[in-house]
Design a protein around this ligand. Structure first.
Ligand SMILES: [Ca+2]
Ligand SMILES: [Ca+2]
Length: 291
């Protein structure tokens, strides 16, 4: 057994994860030009680029509540520390912090944009705002505590969201594939082939993204629809964006009871969805690694 694992380990470690995300549910957006999506823990919020309206819908698409922001051109959104954060590409660009209970704007940051804005998310206590920088830099990193910002050059992200402490994006860039891939984003480095291998292909152009703890939701702007994608992250038990031998090792340890897993780890390792982690799930993870 040990000899077999020694032989198989290098093969499993060398294989990256790349697949196609499929749509499992969809509904019509509550507005004519939907753009950004955000998840508040219970409901999805949708921004509209033409009306300056933000709508709260249930996961069947029924509009439950809405509010207007007069500047319009509302794009990416995210929830962070009990506020809804929304960007507008009007004028020099704005980041609004919104109290959704009272429908009031708590704070406004002037982005002083150079280019049209796309998405926003928070990661590692900093705010990231993507923009169309052509072949140059493409994202602002804001430290809202001390008011500093800098430009980053990375994988040309459009929509942004954070999934289990990893920043993810819909990759824009250039060419036919623009807007049709979601992938984890490494902001410290420039574009890399390894990063590209982590992509999940989409069959449509996505302009907004959010994550509800189990599934990615995407805004298909051209069709005017909000789409729920298949279970996201199954097999990535350690949550680093890659399914590899390290995940199989964690799953084996959960199975043997040698570690105390978090509920999230159990959910990610339970490949067949029967509520437990056993050898069948480990086999499925290894099959996923081998493609
Ligand atoms: Ca992993
Ligand atoms: Ca299972």
């Amino acid at each position: 057994m040990k000899y077999t694992l020694v032989c198989v380990l290098p093969i499993l470690c060398s294989l990256a994860h790349s697949d196609t995300l499929t749509v499992i549910e969809e509904f019509q957006a509550p507005c004519p030009r939907p753009w950004g999506l955000a998840w508040d823990g219970t409901h999805i919020w949708v921004s509209d680029d033409s009306l300056g309206r933000i709508s709260m819908v249930d996961n069947a698409g029924t509009c439950i509540d809405s509010m207007e922001i007069s500047v319009g051109n509302l794009r990416g959104m995210t929830f962070y520390q009990n506020s809804l954060w929304v960007i507008s590409s009007t004028g020099s660009g704005f980041l609004f912090q919104i109290d959704t209970d009272n429908k009031t704007i708590i704070d406004t940051v002037d982005i002083q944009r150079c280019c049209p804005l796309w998405g926003v998310s928070f990661w590692n206590s900093k705010c990231y705002i993507s923009y169309d920088g052509g072949y140059g830099s493409c994202m602002y990193e804001f430290d809202l505590m001390n008011g500093t910002r800098k430009k980053l050059c990375c994988a040309h992200p459009g929509a942004l969201t954070t999934i289990r402490d990893v920043l993810w994006c819909v990759r824009m860039g250039r060419g036919d594939g623009a807007g049709r891939y979601v992938m984890p984003l490494t902001i410290e480095d420039e574009w890399s082939d390894e990063e590209w291998e982590l992509r999940h292909d989409l069959g449509f152009f996505a302009m907004g993204i959010t994550y509800d703890g189990h599934h990615i939701w995407l805004c298909d702007r051209n069709a005017g629809k909000i789409k729920k994608m298949e279970k996201m992250g199954a097999g990535d038990v350690n949550g680093d964006g890659i399914i590899d031998i390290l995940d199989a090792v964690v799953a084996i340890n959960i199975m043997l009871g040698t570690i105390e897993p978090t509920p999230d780890q159990v959910w990610l390792a339970d490949m067949n969805g029967d509520g437990g982690v056993d050898i069948l799930d480990v086999v499925e993870i290894i099959e996923e690694i081998l493609g």
